[in-house]
Design a protein around this ligand. Structure first.
Ligand SMILES: [Zn+2]
Length: 301
């Protein structure tokens, strides 16, 4: 019978704060923000130094880690299949403080916050996360996400396997989407492929073939960097890009008269060539452009 974790209220506050930040920063939280930690009962609590992976905060009374962090390039991180994420002990003695805190999280079956490095100084938040297996022989534990509502009820810790599998798939999906976003932005140097706008707050990673489609993989060849207006116009089939990379504006908009946004921002790009990444391997796949352009043509007809 596991003992009750005295830090449960701190954990709830940490999970809540981490999830708020994930929402506020579009699922990719800058490390400077995470380093600010959070306030619990008028005390400052650290999310960790982000120099090392396993963190137990000074204000805690219990033995278990509060947060775990995986850096950008971690060889273990994707080792488990559908059953959660692998997490390695800290190097050195098995009974050193960090490893004790990690293993205590397993013994107590207590929720923690997991930060996964996706880009330089950018973290995806998975919370609540549970340590659901501990293997001292390979010096790894298994992490599985839970559900914030169900798992945070007193005594309701750790969901049944099917819920954990669902939460794991959801976390992996977010992971892929965030990587896609960063890869697309890097390939297009943060510029809209149509209008060349470079304001980071307004440029987004668009899928050429929608995500749900079997061909809609989260890879750069299925992506385009587009500003918010061109992204939405593309998604709504008001703007198409043919397999040759030429922009088409839907007839309905082409002859309409409105203000400068329509004229310069949309009509003005009709017939223009999109800008593609320098590296051929990063350029949009013509087959996917064609598949998508067919949808535009039917919608715009
Ligand atoms: Zn644009």
């Amino acid at each position: 019978m596991a003992t009750v974790d005295p830090d449960l209220p701190i954990r709830q506050a940490a999970i809540e704060r981490a999830r708020q930040l994930a929402q506020a920063y579009d699922d990719l939280v800058p490390v400077e923000i995470l380093r600010q930690g959070f306030v619990f009962h008028e005390q400052h609590v650290s999310f960790g130094s982000f120099q090392k992976g396993i963190h137990r905060a000074r204000v805690q009374r219990g033995a278990a880690a509060l947060t775990l962090m995986t850096s950008l390039r971690d060889p273990y991180a994707d080792a488990y299949g559908d059953a959660g994420f692998a997490y390695a002990y800290r190097a050195g003695p098995i009974d050193q403080a960090d490893n004790r805190a990690l293993r205590a999280a397993y013994e107590l079956q207590t929720p923690l916050v997991y930060f996964r490095g996706i880009g330089p100084g950018q973290y995806l938040v998975v919370a609540p996360m549970f340590v659901t297996a501990d293997d001292p022989a390979t010096r790894t534990v298994r992490l599985e996400p839970g559900l914030p509502v169900q798992d945070m009820q007193p005594g309701g810790l750790v969901s049944p396997p099917e819920i954990r599998a669902y939460a794991t798939r959801e976390a992996r999906y977010r992971l892929h989407q965030q990587r896609f976003k960063l890869d697309v932005m890097r390939a297009y140097r943060h510029r809209c492929a149509i209008c060349a706008l470079r304001e980071r707050a307004l440029v987004q990673a668009a899928h050429i073939v929608p995500d749900a489609d079997p061909a809609g993989v989260a890879a750069v060849v299925n992506g385009l960097a587009l500003c918010a207006i061109h992204h939405l116009a593309f998604d709504r089939n008001l703007l198409g890009i043919d397999p040759g990379g030429v922009v088409h504006i839907a007839n309905r908009l082409l002859h309409e008269i409105d203000g400068p946004m329509l004229k310069a921002g949309l009509q003005g790009f009709h017939g223009e060539q999109i800008a593609v990444p320098r590296s051929p391997g990063d350029r949009p796949d013509p087959m996917r452009l064609e598949q998508r352009f067919e949808i535009f043509r039917r919608a715009a007809a």
